[in-house]
Design a protein around this ligand. Structure first.
Ligand SMILES: Nc1ncnc2c1ncn2[C@@H]1O[C@H](COP(=O)(O)OP(=O)(O)OP(=O)(O)O)[C@@H](O)[C@H]1O
Length: 237
């Protein structure tokens, strides 16, 4: 069974169906990508998976548990962590303290003192641990957001446009990080517009357009899909 299963989810904002009968699955230890044009419903789907938005119909399962009616904090106990498209760091706190706050609120709080230095080291952030978050360039701040999510040792990690604002070298290091997280058994779901990153790092892809899944498959299959080419990839493929 997939670690994350979304079944037949619909979300309506007035007359707009942001999601219309969406079904996706993310397998343990794999990186699953959600792509699609602006307004396709990607962030809304993340909100439904993380419990910030209740769908009008459909279900969400994490590791076999139906979490559809649970709020965000109960879902984090099932191993879910996420980052946001808009940066959500505590600007005045240091990088280390941003991680400590998250770790101490999370399910691994007893291990916070050892987990935080481990995560800082893994993400190459030890050298800037004492820097306050609001002085960081966007690309580094995004990495700190990912680090913060990792302090809860998630089984399921949702990343909303993590590479926006990263330069080419940062993106390459980030791709390595995603591969190594997956290799350790973390299930990663990523919304991202950087197609080079998506195509090189994702094992499975779903393409959303106007609230519906219009294609699903490996990066190679998606690259060749006529519907996707027409709706989204265009000449970029
Ligand atoms: N709170 C809201 N109220 C009304 N409509 C909304 C709300 N949030 C999203 N929508 C609409 O739902 C649709 C899906 O939006 P969503 O932000 O999920 O798309 P997205 O794929 O994440 O886009 P982007 O790539 O620009 O982030 C859009 O038509 C959007 O205008």
């Amino acid at each position: 069974m997939a670690l994350l299963e979304v079944k037949n989810v619909t979300v309506a904002f007035g007359g707009v169906r942001a999601l219309d009968g969406v079904a996706i699955a993310a397998e343990k230890g794999r990186v699953t990508g959600l792509i699609g044009p602006n307004g396709a419903g990607k962030s809304t789907l993340f909100d439904v998976i993380s419990g910030l938005r209740r769908p009008s119909s459909g279900q969400v399962f994490i590791d076999g548990h139906d979490v559809t009616r649970l709020g965000p904090s109960r879902r984090s106990k099932h191993g879910l962590a996420r980052t946001f498209q808009r940066l959500e760091l505590f600007g005045r706190l240091s990088v280390r303290d941003n991680l400590l706050v998250a770790a101490e609120l999370g399910p691994e709080r007893r291990k916070a003192a050892t987990l935080v230095p481990e995560v800082l080291d893994r993400l190459g952030l030890t050298g800037i641990a004492d820097t306050s978050a609001d002085t960081l360039p966007t690309g580094v701040a995004r990495l700190v957001e990912v680090a913060r999510a990792l302090t809860v040792r998630p089984k399921l990690l949702l990343l909303d446009e993590p590479a926006a604002g990263q330069d080419a070298e940062e993106t390459e290091r980030f791709a390595d990080l995603l591969r190594s997280l997956a290799a350790d058994g973390t299930t990663v779901v990523i919304v991202e517009h950087d197609m080079d990153l998506v195509m090189s790092v994702c094992d499975d892809l779903y393409v959303l357009d106007l609230g519906k899944v219009i294609a699903a498959g490996s990066p190679e299959e998606i690259r060749r899909d006529e519907l996707v080419l027409a709706a989204y990839l265009g000449d970029a493929a």
